[in-house]
Design a protein. Structure first.
Length: 113
């Protein structure tokens, strides 16, 4: 299946916890980068501007990994993960496609973690 970017579905609001859980496996399981897409938004309340971080795609996490049976099982069995985009046959995205997916809501995504 190969190395690439895969998008996983999660329970909304659980993205940070799931990212932490996956990072625990990342060194030994060929999971390279895990990215929860953020977005900054300025909200105005009572004439005060406040910078608030909002999720661009709630319930989704981007993961760069070597997809094989072991990593597939690690991701799928992580509590809070509901599946991969593509279901039983996860869709592999290139880094360029990931940047394109994120380019509309984010100003600068050249520095993916």
């Amino acid at each position: 299946m190969g190395t690439g970017w895969y998008i996983i579905n999660t329970y909304a609001g659980q993205e940070a916890k799931i990212k932490e859980r996956l990072e625990a496996f990342s060194a030994s399981k060929n999971i390279f980068r895990i990215f929860v897409p953020p977005a900054e938004k300025i909200m105005v309340q009572n004439k005060n501007e406040e910078l608030v971080e909002r999720k661009v795609y709630p319930g989704y996490i981007l993961v760069e990994m070597e997809l094989n049976q072991e990593t597939y099982n690690v991701v799928r069995k992580t509590p809070g993960v509901t599946g991969f985009v593509g279901g039983l046959k996860p869709i592999k995205f290139t880094e360029e496609e990931v940047k394109e997916i994120l380019s509309y809501p984010l100003q600068n995504i050249d520095n993916l973690p």
